[in-house]
Write a protein that binds this ligand. Structure first.
Ligand code: AMP
Length: 191
Protein backbone atom coordinates (compact mmCIF):
# COMPACT_ATOMS: atom_id res chain seq x y z
CA UNK A 1 0.00 0.00 0.00
CA UNK A 2 1.21 3.51 -0.78
CA UNK A 3 0.58 6.17 1.85
CA UNK A 4 1.21 9.84 2.53
CA UNK A 5 2.26 11.02 5.98
CA UNK A 6 0.98 14.58 6.26
CA UNK A 7 1.80 16.97 9.06
CA UNK A 8 3.82 20.03 10.06
CA UNK A 9 7.58 19.94 10.66
CA UNK A 10 8.26 18.04 13.88
CA UNK A 11 5.00 16.05 13.77
CA UNK A 12 6.95 12.77 13.81
CA UNK A 13 6.57 11.78 10.14
CA UNK A 14 10.18 10.65 9.80
CA UNK A 15 10.11 8.62 13.01
CA UNK A 16 6.96 6.76 11.96
CA UNK A 17 8.18 6.29 8.40
CA UNK A 18 11.35 4.62 9.75
CA UNK A 19 9.22 2.18 11.75
CA UNK A 20 7.12 1.33 8.69
CA UNK A 21 10.28 0.70 6.69
CA UNK A 22 11.53 -1.69 9.33
CA UNK A 23 8.29 -3.52 10.08
CA UNK A 24 6.51 -3.55 6.73
CA UNK A 25 9.39 -3.36 4.28
CA UNK A 26 7.98 -0.15 2.86
CA UNK A 27 10.08 2.47 1.07
CA UNK A 28 10.40 5.90 2.65
CA UNK A 29 10.41 8.69 0.11
CA UNK A 30 11.41 11.80 2.03
CA UNK A 31 11.96 14.75 -0.29
CA UNK A 32 13.64 16.56 2.63
CA UNK A 33 16.23 13.75 2.93
CA UNK A 34 16.75 13.70 -0.85
CA UNK A 35 17.28 17.46 -0.94
CA UNK A 36 19.69 17.36 2.02
CA UNK A 37 21.64 14.62 0.26
CA UNK A 38 21.83 16.79 -2.88
CA UNK A 39 23.01 19.71 -0.74
CA UNK A 40 25.74 17.65 0.92
CA UNK A 41 26.99 16.13 -2.30
CA UNK A 42 27.22 19.62 -3.82
CA UNK A 43 25.31 18.84 -7.02
CA UNK A 44 24.05 21.77 -9.09
CA UNK A 45 20.56 21.16 -7.80
CA UNK A 46 21.89 20.95 -4.23
CA UNK A 47 23.55 24.33 -4.57
CA UNK A 48 20.39 25.81 -6.03
CA UNK A 49 18.16 24.66 -3.17
CA UNK A 50 20.53 25.13 -0.22
CA UNK A 51 19.67 28.72 0.65
CA UNK A 52 15.95 28.23 0.15
CA UNK A 53 15.97 25.20 2.46
CA UNK A 54 18.08 26.89 5.12
CA UNK A 55 15.64 29.80 5.21
CA UNK A 56 12.79 27.33 5.74
CA UNK A 57 11.00 28.05 2.47
CA UNK A 58 9.74 25.45 0.03
CA UNK A 59 11.80 24.60 -3.04
CA UNK A 60 10.04 24.57 -6.40
CA UNK A 61 7.39 21.99 -7.23
CA UNK A 62 9.30 21.04 -10.36
CA UNK A 63 12.39 19.94 -8.41
CA UNK A 64 10.60 17.75 -5.88
CA UNK A 65 8.23 16.24 -8.43
CA UNK A 66 11.30 15.26 -10.47
CA UNK A 67 12.89 13.64 -7.42
CA UNK A 68 9.77 11.62 -6.67
CA UNK A 69 9.35 10.52 -10.28
CA UNK A 70 12.88 9.03 -10.25
CA UNK A 71 12.07 7.03 -7.12
CA UNK A 72 8.82 5.63 -8.48
CA UNK A 73 10.82 3.97 -11.21
CA UNK A 74 12.56 1.77 -8.63
CA UNK A 75 11.44 -1.20 -6.53
CA UNK A 76 8.31 -0.50 -4.47
CA UNK A 77 8.67 -3.41 -2.00
CA UNK A 78 5.87 -3.12 0.60
CA UNK A 79 4.73 0.21 -0.82
CA UNK A 80 5.84 3.81 -0.78
CA UNK A 81 5.62 6.16 2.19
CA UNK A 82 5.51 9.74 0.97
CA UNK A 83 7.10 11.70 3.82
CA UNK A 84 7.13 15.48 3.40
CA UNK A 85 5.67 15.21 -0.10
CA UNK A 86 3.31 16.49 -1.42
CA UNK A 87 3.51 19.91 0.23
CA UNK A 88 1.46 21.98 -2.25
CA UNK A 89 -1.73 21.38 -4.21
CA UNK A 90 0.28 21.29 -7.45
CA UNK A 91 2.47 18.54 -5.97
CA UNK A 92 -0.63 16.62 -4.87
CA UNK A 93 -2.06 16.77 -8.40
CA UNK A 94 1.30 15.71 -9.84
CA UNK A 95 1.52 12.78 -7.44
CA UNK A 96 -1.93 11.59 -8.50
CA UNK A 97 -0.84 11.68 -12.13
CA UNK A 98 2.47 9.97 -11.43
CA UNK A 99 0.81 7.18 -9.47
CA UNK A 100 -1.64 6.43 -12.25
CA UNK A 101 1.18 6.57 -14.80
CA UNK A 102 3.02 3.90 -12.79
CA UNK A 103 -0.16 1.85 -12.26
CA UNK A 104 -0.18 2.60 -8.53
CA UNK A 105 -2.77 4.06 -6.21
CA UNK A 106 -2.93 5.82 -2.90
CA UNK A 107 -4.06 3.61 -0.01
CA UNK A 108 -4.30 6.32 2.64
CA UNK A 109 -3.35 9.83 3.62
CA UNK A 110 -2.57 10.03 7.32
CA UNK A 111 -2.62 13.45 8.91
CA UNK A 112 -0.59 13.65 12.11
CA UNK A 113 -2.12 16.38 14.25
CA UNK A 114 0.20 18.22 16.66
CA UNK A 115 0.05 21.58 18.51
CA UNK A 116 2.39 24.34 17.38
CA UNK A 117 3.95 24.73 20.81
CA UNK A 118 4.91 21.09 20.88
CA UNK A 119 6.46 21.41 17.42
CA UNK A 120 8.68 24.26 18.52
CA UNK A 121 9.79 22.29 21.60
CA UNK A 122 10.43 19.14 19.54
CA UNK A 123 12.45 20.92 16.89
CA UNK A 124 14.52 22.96 19.29
CA UNK A 125 15.03 19.72 21.26
CA UNK A 126 16.09 17.89 18.08
CA UNK A 127 18.74 20.52 17.41
CA UNK A 128 19.99 20.34 21.03
CA UNK A 129 20.19 16.53 20.90
CA UNK A 130 22.22 16.66 17.70
CA UNK A 131 24.70 19.07 19.25
CA UNK A 132 24.92 16.96 22.45
CA UNK A 133 25.71 13.92 20.30
CA UNK A 134 28.51 15.84 18.60
CA UNK A 135 26.58 16.07 15.32
CA UNK A 136 25.65 19.15 13.37
CA UNK A 137 22.06 20.25 13.82
CA UNK A 138 19.96 20.69 10.67
CA UNK A 139 20.61 24.15 9.25
CA UNK A 140 16.87 24.85 9.33
CA UNK A 141 16.31 23.66 12.92
CA UNK A 142 16.49 27.14 14.44
CA UNK A 143 13.80 29.53 15.68
CA UNK A 144 13.95 31.83 12.64
CA UNK A 145 13.64 29.11 9.98
CA UNK A 146 11.09 27.25 12.04
CA UNK A 147 8.74 30.22 11.99
CA UNK A 148 8.95 30.29 8.20
CA UNK A 149 8.57 26.49 7.92
CA UNK A 150 5.39 26.65 9.98
CA UNK A 151 4.02 29.52 7.89
CA UNK A 152 4.81 27.60 4.70
CA UNK A 153 3.00 24.61 6.15
CA UNK A 154 -0.16 26.53 7.00
CA UNK A 155 -0.22 28.54 3.78
CA UNK A 156 0.74 25.90 1.25
CA UNK A 157 0.50 22.41 2.76
CA UNK A 158 -2.49 22.47 5.12
CA UNK A 159 -4.94 22.93 2.16
CA UNK A 160 -4.04 19.32 1.32
CA UNK A 161 -6.03 18.23 4.37
CA UNK A 162 -9.23 19.46 2.71
CA UNK A 163 -8.10 18.18 -0.68
CA UNK A 164 -7.65 14.59 0.52
CA UNK A 165 -10.66 14.77 2.83
CA UNK A 166 -12.83 15.66 -0.16
CA UNK A 167 -11.45 12.63 -2.00
CA UNK A 168 -12.35 10.42 0.98
CA UNK A 169 -8.70 9.45 1.49
CA UNK A 170 -7.86 11.28 4.72
CA UNK A 171 -7.50 9.83 8.20
CA UNK A 172 -6.42 12.16 10.99
CA UNK A 173 -4.62 10.77 14.02
CA UNK A 174 -3.34 12.26 17.27
CA UNK A 175 0.33 12.97 16.71
CA UNK A 176 0.75 14.00 20.35
CA UNK A 177 0.29 10.44 21.61
CA UNK A 178 3.37 8.34 22.40
CA UNK A 179 5.40 7.04 19.46
CA UNK A 180 4.04 3.52 20.08
CA UNK A 181 0.47 4.78 20.18
CA UNK A 182 0.94 6.75 16.97
CA UNK A 183 2.44 3.64 15.39
CA UNK A 184 -0.62 1.64 16.48
CA UNK A 185 -2.98 4.27 14.99
CA UNK A 186 -1.14 4.07 11.70
CA UNK A 187 -1.19 0.27 11.76
CA UNK A 188 -4.98 0.41 12.17
CA UNK A 189 -5.27 2.56 9.04
CA UNK A 190 -3.00 0.24 7.07
CA UNK A 191 -4.90 -2.86 8.26
P1 AMP B 1 11.76 18.23 5.71
O1 AMP B 1 12.95 17.39 6.03
O2 AMP B 1 10.61 17.43 5.13
O3 AMP B 1 11.32 19.08 6.87
O4 AMP B 1 12.19 19.23 4.54
C1 AMP B 1 13.25 20.15 4.73
C2 AMP B 1 13.17 21.26 3.69
O5 AMP B 1 13.30 20.71 2.38
C3 AMP B 1 11.85 22.03 3.65
O6 AMP B 1 11.79 23.06 4.60
C4 AMP B 1 11.89 22.57 2.21
O7 AMP B 1 12.81 23.63 2.08
C5 AMP B 1 12.46 21.37 1.45
N1 AMP B 1 11.40 20.43 1.03
C6 AMP B 1 11.24 19.14 1.44
N2 AMP B 1 10.20 18.57 0.84
C7 AMP B 1 9.66 19.51 0.03
C8 AMP B 1 8.54 19.55 -0.85
N3 AMP B 1 7.75 18.46 -1.02
N4 AMP B 1 8.31 20.70 -1.52
C9 AMP B 1 9.08 21.78 -1.38
N5 AMP B 1 10.13 21.83 -0.56
C10 AMP B 1 10.44 20.71 0.15
Amino acid sequence: MNIILLGPPGAGKGTQAARLVEKRDMIQLSTGDMLRAAKTSGTEMGKKVAEVMDRGELVTDEIVIGLIREQLEGDKKGGFIFDGFPRTLAQADALGELLSEFGEDLGAVIEMQVDDEVLVDRIVGRAAEAVAAGKTARADDNAESLKIRLMEYYKKTSPLIGYYHAKGELTSIDGLASMDEVEASIAKVLG
